[in-house]
Design a protein around this ligand. Sequence first.
Ligand code: ADP
Ligand code: MG
Length: 249
Amino acid sequence: MKQQLEFISVSKKYGSHLALSKVSFSIRAGEHLAIVGSSGSGKSTALRLLAGFEIPDEGTIRFDEKLTSEPGVIRIAPHERGIAMVFQDLGLWPNLSVIENVILGLASIPQSKSEKAKLAHQALSICQIDELSARKPYQLSGGQQQRVALARALAAEPRWLLLDEPFSGLDLITKARLLRDISEIASIKKITVILVTHDPMEASSLCNRLIVLNDGHLQESGTFKELLEHPTSEILRVFRNQLYGVGRV
Ligand code: ADP
Ligand code: MG
């Protein structure tokens, strides 16, 4: 069986607005792929379709060759896809402690209460915040809150980690550390990562392959190295110019 995820000619409309138009890409197990594009280009829509939170109007989505979504139908429910997702709005419960937030993320798995607590502590250790497990989210810095959300996603040992711009509010150093740690954890745990971002620099820190969405269309795809040689999208042209200092006054 091929270990991969396939997104085949998928279109999605909201009312009369075409948010994604015949977009195709695939990801091999263990890869780190970035979906890059400016605001409104359809990135979150693509991720929500992969997760099974949205139903495609056209096209199919397959995990390991199994049909998971087809036009008008979700064949495999989100909680049965082996995915975990972290959103920009981290969705931490303010009234619960760190450890309670992570355990709550394990609600759909059958393990006992003590097994779940063990898994939660393991995930917090991997994310280097186990010593903060009794705190409430408001007692944490932005970077620590991101780590809690990440621990909650990792605790259930997902195969696919879907990240929807969760690092936007972080300073450069905290972001760089977190991206490096995610890259290491994902490699050790053999988790496939899909990162949605409007920031090509962030994408290049975690991923070696990317697709660029523009107004719901797939504009270009390939490795950073390939695409930065002759970018066709404005977002990568601007990124390349920033990297090489072109166009500075
Ligand atoms: P991105 O994540 O790249 O910023 P989105 O996938 O969120 O873009 O949105 C793509 C387009 O679809 C945008 O024009 C957005 O306004 C629209 N859109 C997204 N979600 C909905 C929705 N639930 N209802 C109507 N329009 C939506
Ligand atoms: Mg978005």
